[in-house]
Design a protein around this ligand. Structure first.
Ligand code: NAP
Length: 410
């Protein structure tokens, strides 16, 4: 899988390089080296056009712009599918990479890491039984070096083995935290699911094996999740609960979310606005001086507080923290704590892990256990999709909608 993803990046970059040097244009079909007709594709919707609209980053400084002449990939690897995006979910990564100049490897570039839509083309080894044309799917594109897998464009290529089919019905929580069931045909509900779900899964994979969930039975530990109210926390708490692998699940979050987080599976919620000393004391008390496992979804600072808690956990037999939003620079000064920096590329680089995670979570959706995010801000007004995405990213950066996933119609 690693080889495949590397080759894909290379292939794109080799197509992209001459274009970056072309100052007049970026992705015009006419100027691109011609690709041979693709004989390997077995199924393709007749409606797939040769070019598409995409939101282009042409420098770190300039505003992103809409281009209408970006090639739709002609060539699919054996297990790939081409998805026509209906909605995209917005993630902090999408604005942070441009603002802080990372993970953008050449210009012109396309961001966007998750979407929902319909399948319009299949690679040679994808069966129509598994993915009939026009079937509804959602995805998390973790291979961020390959812009064909980006989602701020009309069509996205991704490995079918790592794509979820939209379930027929899915539980959501109403405002009073009662579970109700919504028909699964509304693709907007799923566009913002992939990245949070995969990040939650990759975080938990440092503590458990989704293929062998009984392995920790008899030796359960407390798990502290700092940032329980984040989109990642929403899925993390549920996955931790359903794994049945932890003695207790403690969320650190704003207390207004307490009822919601407990409905998802948290045993206790500790107020993130308390003083550091109080949070440390409450965590130690709640876990009987045994905070062994922690996942930080907020910042280096909160990760550091969790490490202090672990340091004081005199009863702990093992200490491990997964940092999702920054790793403290002085991590080495905390003896006996294994500090892991999350790697969500594991989802596609370790194909067996990715496949088993999609299979496991699809089962949870199928059993109507896994609940979708409660609050979705859908941006589907009459502006063009580039304006909608740019507005959404600004709202996300400015944290305009608390505890809400922003989804944009494409
Ligand atoms: N490394 C990776 O591969 C990766 C992948 C995905 C995301 N991330 C990062 O993970 C973080 C979470 O992403 P997300 O999209 O899930 O976030 P999100 O949904 O935007 O989270 C927003 C919520 O976080 C809570 N929050 C804010 N500051 C907090 C703090 N200091 N401590 C605890 N909770 C806090 C607030 O809820 P309350 O006020 O209700 O507590 C807020 O409503 C981001 O920093 C993102 O960049 C990293």
């Amino acid at each position: 899988m690693l080889k495949r993803s590397f080759l894909q990046a290379e292939r794109w970059e080799s197509l992209g390089k001459p274009l970056i040097q072309d100052e007049t244009d970026g992705l015009s079909r006419a100027k691109r080296p011609r690709t041979l007709p693709d004989t390997r594709i077995i199924q393709r919707s007749s409606e797939v056009p040769p070019v598409q609209k995409a939101l282009i980053i042409d420098s770190f400084e300039n505003e992103m712009t809409l281009r209408e002449d970006v090639d739709v990939p002609l060539e699919l690897d054996d297990y790939d599918i081409l998805v026509k995006n209906s909605y995209v979910g917005l993630n902090h990564f999408d604005w942070k990479t441009k603002k802080y100049k990372f993970c953008i490897y050449s210009f012109p570039w396309i961001n966007g890491r998750e979407s929902s839509g319909v399948v319009v083309k299949l690679g040679k080894k994808v069966s129509t039984k598994d993915f009939p044309l026009n079937c509804k799917v959602f995805l998390a594109s973790t291979s961020y070096r390959n812009i064909q897998t980006s989602t701020f464009q009309e069509y996205t290529v991704f490995d079918s083995r790592l794509v979820w089919k939209v379930p027929s019905t899915v539980p959501v929580l109403d405002v009073e935290e009662r579970t109700k069931y919504s028909p699964g045909f509304d693709l907007s509900a799923f566009a913002g699911t992939g990245v949070s779900l995969v990040t939650a899964g990759c975080s938990l994979s440092y503590f458990l094996d989704f293929d062998n969930l009984t392995s920790l039975n008899g030796n359960k530990k407390c798990l502290v999740i700092w940032g329980g109210s984040t989109s990642i926390g929403h899925f993390l708490i549920q996955l931790a609960k359903y794994s049945n692998a932890f003695e207790k699940i403690i969320a650190v979050a704003g207390l207004q979310s307490t009822a919601h987080l407990k409905t998802l599976g948290a045993d206790e919620v500790i107020d993130r606005f308390e003083t550091e000393d109080n949070i440390i004391e409450k965590l130690l008390e709640t876990c009987s001086n045994k905070v062994e496992y922690a996942i930080d979804l907020a910042s280096k600072d909160s990760a550091k507080i969790l490490m202090k808690v672990m340091q004081k956990s005199v009863q702990a037999s093992e200490k491990k923290i997964v940092c999702v939003s920054g790793t403290p620079s002085d991590e080495d000064s905390y003896d006996g704590i294994a500090v892991e920096t999350i790697n969500i590329k594991k989802f596609h680089e370790n194909i067996e892990f990715g496949k088993s995670f999609v299979r496991y979570t699809s089962e949870l959706f199928g059993e109507k256990k896994l609940k979708l995010q409660r609050n979705i801000k859908l941006i589907d007004d009459k502006d063009s999709f580039d304006d909608r995405i740019k507005r959404g990213l600004k709202d996300l950066e400015e944290q305009k909608y608390k505890g809400t996933k922003i989804v944009v119609k494409i």
